[in-house]
Design a protein around this ligand. Structure first.
Ligand code: KG4
Ligand code: ZN
Length: 353
């Protein structure tokens, strides 16, 4: 949707995220030039529901998105003191993610678009993550390197502008978040394992177990984390039938150190190979304190700047989806649809047409 030449008022974007286990809805306001502003957001995490199963159950996730999405939308509109008719464009996560879960957001977005007579835009989930630091107090400027670290993805991207993404490297097997979650499971910690493992690690010795740091010398920017959970399993076995609480804490700390070490060194290599001096870190694992500390040390040493989303926007949320739509609209690249014929893309590489 092109912005009119005589554009005067701000545009309002509704964003709906429902790709996995969080229902997020948010309202973003954007002018033609300024960085978009968050007017309101609401989030419902299904973590408690999935915890009993040790992971996300797709069918339960879809059903819960259906229950939450309209009450959350009402909440956002009320908090932002806005009416549905004020919305100019509706954005939803088209993919990647769980098909049934994505369809909930897509269905609601298209129904709202049809009812209000507004265009609808399907947004790539990872584009939302990597643009999310633009809502922070210290937004980056283009170009930058983005480290995307979530439960499903581990990628280094070169980002030249909105929509101009070049993949520099990604995991060949497990994602960093998956490595946290699977190791946490082996240590008897609940779902999601990342925050629980990080918490246990604060009481442990990261140097006690020498865990593998795969692909550090691969000469490229690929990652591999599948071997780490095997190493954690073997270490646990060696500790015997009843490891102490300290053993567990030391193993958690050593696991976190291995993951953080690889992410830090590969990010540095990406900055060096591109010659860029800004690093954006986004996705759930970006909330990890040790990762932030290590990257901060390297940033001071090598003179690059670090940009994170606000902590509340590190994990999945609706604000990043509305933001991606707003930034696309500002650049006249929001290819929004008005026919409201919706589809989702559970598998969708960023940058693919
Ligand atoms: O981006 P996200 O919310 O959802 C996906 O799109 O996957 O990321 C979730 C992932 C999970 O694997 C979770 O364990 C991890 O992020 N995570 C963390 C931390 N907080 C969330 N991992 C390590 N330390 C944390 N503090
Ligand atoms: Zn995510």
């Amino acid at each position: 949707m092109d912005q009119p030449a005589t554009y005067t008022r701000a545009m309002i974007f509704l964003g709906i995220e429902s790709s996995c286990d969080e229902t997020g809805v948010a309202l973003i306001e954007a002018g033609a030039e300024r960085i978009p502003r968050l007017r309101g957001q609401a989030l419902y995490s299904q973590i408690d529901m999935h915890r009993a199963y040790g992971g996300v159950v797709p069918e339960l996730a879809s059903r819960d998105h259906i229950r939450r999405v309209l009450p959350l939308t009402r909440e956002v509109m009320r908090d932002a003191q806005a009416e549905l008719r004020d919305i100019d464009m509706i954005a939803f996560t088209r993919g990647p993610g769980l098909a049934g879960a994505l369809l909930v957001g897509a269905g609601v977005a298209c129904a709202l678009g049809a009812a209000l007579g507004r265009p609808v835009l399907g947004v790539h989930h990872l584009e939302g993550h990597l643009l999310s630091p633009f809502l922070s107090a210290d937004p980056p400027t283009f170009p930058f390197v983005a480290l995307l670290v979530s439960g499903g993805h581990t990628q280094l991207m070169r980002v030249d502008d909105v929509g101009a993404y070049t993949l520099l490297g990604e995991t060949i097997d497990d994602a960093a978040g998956e490595a946290f979650d699977k190791s946490a499971k082996l240590l008897g910690l609940g779902y999601p394992g990342g925050p629980a493992l990080a918490e246990l690690a604060t009481r442990g010795d990261p140097a006690r177990f020498d865990l593998p740091r795969p692909m550090l010398r691969s000469g490229d920017l690929s990652f591999s984390f599948a071997g780490l959970k095997t190493a954690v399993m073997v270490t646990l076995r060696k500790l015997g039938p009843s490891p102490s609480a300290q053993d567990h804490a030391d193993l958690a700390a050593s696991t976190q150190a291995a993951i953080v070490d690889v992410l830090t060194r590969k990010s540095l290599a990406a900055l060096q190979s591109t010659g860029l001096t800004r690093l954006v870190v986004a996705g759930g694992v970006g909330a990890n304190t040790m990762l932030r500390t290590r990257l901060g040390e390297q940033a001071a040493r090598w003179y690059f700047t670090l940009h994170y989303p606000e902590l509340a926007l590190c994990t999945d949320n609706g604000a990043m989806i509305a933001l991606a739509a707003a930034m696309r609209w500002q650049r006249h690249t929001a290819d929004a649809r008005v026919d409201h014929d919706f589809n989702v893309r559970p598998r969708w590489p960023l940058g693919a047409p």
